[in-house]
Design a protein around this ligand. Structure first.
Ligand SMILES: CC(C)(COP(=O)(O)OP(=O)(O)OC[C@H]1O[C@@H](n2cnc3c(N)ncnc32)[C@H](O)[C@@H]1OP(=O)(O)O)[C@@H](O)C(=O)NCCC(=O)NCCS
Length: 173
């Protein structure tokens, strides 16, 4: 499998916030922004691996500023780090006020995606080539976060294997 650069998979989604994205006073619902964050992360993971990818974890997301109806929301996502079957993707959310052009940082998160094979088993992913200084810094920082995550998730890892009722609908007899 050929290693890939960060720029080969990074993505930027832009979407104008409409009334259906917000509460009655015009604040965009956090859940709508988180859905876009997950989608952008999944696109990066799929572009890097060309596999089926699932979200394994989302590190905390603090909403540091609100977004409103009419704002143009940008979701910027790029690959920080890859290990054997998992990948850390960094996602940054910004909102642009279309009347003034000002950009506001809404929040950022680190997501871990895992690539799955046709039997839904974790499968190896291509390596990552960090090129720029900031890509190299993110790579090293993500490597440390992965170690912390592994320790944090240890107690409940593999507990899903007992949940035999979780089965793809088409596989139910
Ligand atoms: C993510 C999932 C595939 C991991 O399966 P698993 O049998 O625990 O796999 P493994 O223990 O072999 O771990 C596979 C990789 O995932 C990583 N991983 C597993 N759980 C993780 C977690 N909670 N956070 C971060 N990484 C995780 C492991 O570190 C490992 O990475 P590596 O191969 O790069 O070292 C499995 O837990 C799953 O299917 N979860 C549901 C995913 C999903 O449906 N997401 C959408 C929301 S419903």
């Amino acid at each position: 499998m050929e290693a890939k650069t960060v720029s080969q998979s990074q993505v930027e989604i832009a979407q104008v916030m409409m009334p259906e994205h917000a509460n009655p006073t015009g604040n965009v619902h956090g859940g709508n922004l988180l859905k876009l964050v997950d989608q952008a992360g999944a696109i990066v993971a799929a572009r890097h691996t060309h596999s089926n990818v699932v979200t394994a974890s989302v590190d905390r997301f603090d909403f540091i500023s609100p977004a409103y109806i009419g704002n143009l929301v940008f979701i910027k996502a790029s690959m920080n780090y890859v290990s054997k079957t998992s990948m850390e993707i960094g996602v940054r959310v910004e909102a642009e006020c279309l009347k003034t052009g000002t950009h506001t940082h809404i929040g950022s998160a680190y997501l871990t995606f895992v690539a799955l094979d046709k039997d839904d088993k974790p499968t190896e992913v291509p390596g990552l080539i960090p090129e720029t200084e900031s890509e190299k810094r993110r790579f090293e920082e993500a490597k440390k976060r992965r170690e912390i995550r592994i320790q944090r998730t240890k107690p409940h890892r593999h507990s899903h294997r007992q949940q035999a009722c979780i089965i793809r609908p088409e596989k139910i007899n």
